[in-house]
Write a protein that binds this ligand. Sequence first.
Ligand code: SF4
Length: 395
Amino acid sequence: MSKPPMGAENLMSGEASSNPRLTKRQFLRVCGTSFCMLSAASLFGLSKSHAQTATKGLIKTKLSPYFIPLNGGEIQCELCPHRCRVGKGKRGICRVRENRDGKYYSLVYGNPCAVHLDPIEKKPFFHVLPGTTSFSLATAGCNFQCKFCQNWEISQAAPEDVYSRELSPEIVVKGAKESGAHSIAYTYVEPTIFCEYMIDISLLAKKSGLLNVYHSNGFINPAPLKHLCKVLDAANIDLKGFTENFYGDVCGGHLNPVLETLKTLKQEKIHLEITNLVIPTKNDEMSFVREMCLWIKRELGADTPIHFSRFYPLYKLKTLPPTPISTLEKAQAVAHSVGLEYVYIGNVPGHEGENTFCPKCKKRIIQRTGYMVGEVDLKAGKCRYCGKPIPGIWT
Ligand code: SF4
């Protein structure tokens, strides 16, 4: 999951810069290193009254449709496979849903704590409108506790611990349109935990001609996922490892529900990409990488793009080294050997593995350096050289 840039609209610190709006070309040049410096007003495309100061504390709540009442005022949340049973006045594992008198409420509806304009390559999506920007947002909270989380300051926080803004779905879509973004990305933390907000924004975004893309851990129950699929255009799912042990010990989750989500997204014809963060000694055993790639090919298809991403030591795994580039290259070779067609290496700017190659004629068809996109040799979604259709959303 990408990190929100440490730039102007850093709601975690409640600060905003005064840099002028950049053209898309300037923006992409600057974002080679992931920083974007846009003022709050120009970022949101908002009037000053809308771009109000970020505040700490609960701002707004919304009744969740995803719970069932139990005896004695207890409820069971039906949003994700944790299925938290929550007593009156208590919250679920994700910290952003609360039982109030036997009803379950989202505490983060309309209250993002991170809002940024990012290159879509940062999500990462390599097969969705290359070179465009994505209006990206997150609230506090997460249903996982990954020990390697790069956004732990917001993902492992309660809503009252971070600075948030009140931004209605209408304002988000208006801001996205005026910023020049082609899509809205639900990202940085697990977006499932702000599902009601995400769906309401998505409905409006779709009407405005914006794509809805999300980067998720895939840990969501089938019913809300079906709702989401009605408005979603593309998903990048973290397949964090391929053993139940890894999911249990390192992430605080389970593998099987994630695999079911991947299969559902494929059946629902949502454009799908997968990210696997390769962590030394934790999930870098090539036999598991091979097993994972075989499963992807069998269940999702050889044309599913996969990103092997480089780990950097942080949060609770600071003592581990960064992933050796040779390990990422081994994973890439394993994926190619089982027949996956679009295999990328991430978090290594300038690596050859950032480019897209046509699986038929082997020519390079999209050139990338970091988040910057160079030559795109596609014509109507097909390889310009041999005419092979390339999966993705290209126009
Ligand atoms: S969404 Fe939150 S409250 Fe609901 S089951 Fe998942 S972790 Fe628990």
